[in-house]
Write a new protein. Sequence first.
Length: 189
Amino acid sequence: MANWIKAVASIAVFSFVVLLFNGAVGVLLDTAHRILTAVPDVQVGDSTSTGVWATIDNPVRSYIAAHSVGLPISASTVYTLWQITGLFSLIAGFITRNNGIRITWTCWGLAGIAMVWTTTPDISRTVATAIAVLAWTTASALALRGLTLRPQFHSSVHTGAPQVTLQPQIHIPAQPDGSTPDNVHRLNH
């Protein structure tokens, strides 16, 4: 086949693939938009939780409600994404032991603790933050499973260079008839 025919066929196939990807990206973005806008309306600014969980959850809801004004998505969607991120990083950190996911879990927990500290009234701020820290560190036992801060020492050192062992040997040539070499005779006389 001629080179120009190969080039035209390659360009046609490449254009078709780009066209398919363009359509697929449009469909995927539209689907993601529908999923995110179909999130049930969660009461973000209200105190809907009770008990110990309310100590952590209500300040987070209040913080998100106060700081998501003016965003193109609702506070309910932000709160749902917040929950999904925490749940995903907890489960994926436990299963995969991936450092990136573990960093996401750590940042998620620290941000949640900061939200509790910022939103809780001054009188009970330290107790609410302590409860949030305890809850997060307890869950971190799962998400950060197997993580160790101890340095690892390896018993053998690998420098990449081949190891050469030198063994000195002395080799004195011997004559088969038992006579000494000529230079030894000259030294003795």
